[in-house]
Design a binder for this molecule. Structure first.
Ligand code: ATP
Ligand code: MG
Length: 369
């Protein structure tokens, strides 16, 4: 049997990037030989094994044939006579369809090395059209590699457009759409992910809520770009993207994509927040803190504030809101009780002291402007 390093690890090695996880292809072996060599099979009917010590993935060379619609209908064929080239041919992009043998020699039947040099993301073969997930993956790799100058090949964009027109994208399940979107939100240029999906027409199918009107998408993408500079949190980036939506649409969108509760919560809350006045007013800050439940949920409030910054609230104003929140949160019920407040009067006193604290920060400093 021969063992080859394949896929992302070879691509990243050629790009001079650190390799995160390695995948291997084994040619000329049977599952029985792998088990006898101590590998552990993962999944019942898939010829993928884990190395006994490194736990890296070793897949028997295989071919795949489409046998139905969407993501499920694949017939996998794996046998000792399946060649490395046949295995590479089933892969999505040329840059992902290279292998390296034990001596370090590159095996590159589809021109991946040249496409790396030319900064092109190109599909390996027309079989690309058999799996709509590849559109999302291509958009995500475009988002990752955009800073190095990579773009989607013209003919790949054309193919992706025809896949959308053929209704192939309608079969993508929300879980996969979100999985790729979440990853894309953490790539180097998340905006590019949505731009590629828009360019091939897939965005209107998988995320109609943000795809149109154009101003909604443009605003969301601009906010997303700023969010990337502000926070690593998925919640903040997603919240910025959907901030131009109204609260109902943000909610429907989040539910349809089955985003995690924390992301849906930020999206809906930020869509429902009052627009800030300039300069800030103490009344507005007080309403914001109440509506956002900032006393009980300071971490979430901080994320909301970062979404607002991504939407254009200037850093100085955001800093003042932060300061107002923390001073108001420091109002101590125990101390008020010692002063003799109790019951309803206590609640009112807490409210009044908080209001005072907010006014001091917001109006006090507004005077200095
Ligand atoms: P990453 O750095 O994100 O891990 P990767 O290229 O290693 O990138 P994986 O999702 O780990 O991506 O997949 C490993 C390899 O399997 C890819 O490089 C590609 O060759 C192939 N591959 C994965 N998913 C698909 C798919 N849906 N269609 C075709 N080939 C795929
Ligand atoms: Mg990988």
């Amino acid at each position: 049997m021969q063992v080859y390093e394949v896929g992302g690890a070879v691509r990243d090695w050629l790009l001079g990037q650190t390799v995160k996880d390695r995948d291997w292809v084994v040619v000329g072996a049977t599952p029985e030989q792998m088990l006898a060599a101590g590998y552990r099979q993962v999944g019942a009917d898939f010829p993928v094994f884990l190395h006994p010590e490194t736990h890296e993935e070793y897949a028997l060379a295989r071919t795949e044939r489409k046998s139905g619609h969407g993501y499920h209908g694949f017939e996998v064929h794996s046998a000792p006579d399946v060649t490395l080239e046949e295995d590479l041919k089933r892969r999505d992009l040329t840059v992902n369809a290279m292998a390296r043998d034990a001596e370090g020699h590159l095996v590159d039947p589809f021109g991946g090395e040249r496409d790396i040099a030319d900064r092109v993301l190109r599909h390996v073969s027309p079989a690309f059209a058999e799996d709509p997930l590849r559109i999302l993956r291509t958009a995500r790799f475009a988002a990752r590699l955009a800073p190095m100058g990579f773009e989607v090949a013209v003919e790949t964009m054309t193919l992706m457009r025809s896949m959308v027109a053929d209704g192939e994208v309608d079969h993508l399940v929300p879980e996969r759409v979100w999985q790729e979107t979440r990853r894309a939100l953490h790539e180097a240029r998340p905006r590019v992910f949505f731009e590629v999906l828009e360019a091939c027409g897939a965005l209107a199918v998988v995320m109609p809520e943000i795809a149109s009107p154009e101003e909604v998408l443009e605003k969301g993408l601009a906010a997303l770009v700023r969010a990337v500079g502000i926070s690593e949190a998925t919640e903040v980036r997603f919240g910025a993207l959907v901030a131009p939506l109204d609260a109902n649409t943000a909610q429907a969108f989040s539910e349809r994509l089955r985003v995690p509760n924390s992301c849906r919560d930020i999206a809906v809350s930020s869509a429902a927040l009052p627009r800030w006045p300039r300069p800030l007013s103490a009344d507005w800050v007080e309403e914001l803190l109440e509506k956002a439940d900032a006393w009980r949920r300071p971490e979430r409030f901080e994320q909301l504030l970062m979404v607002m910054e991504a939407c254009g609230l200037d850093a100085q104003a955001a800093g003042r809101v932060r300061e107002a929140r923390s001073r108001a949160a420091a109002v101590d019920p125990q101390a008020l009780m010692k002063e003799g407040y109790q019951g309803k009067a206590l609640g009112e006193a807490i409210g009044a002291r908080r209001q005072q604290a907010i006014e001091q920060v917001i109006e006090g400093e507004a005077d200095h402007e």
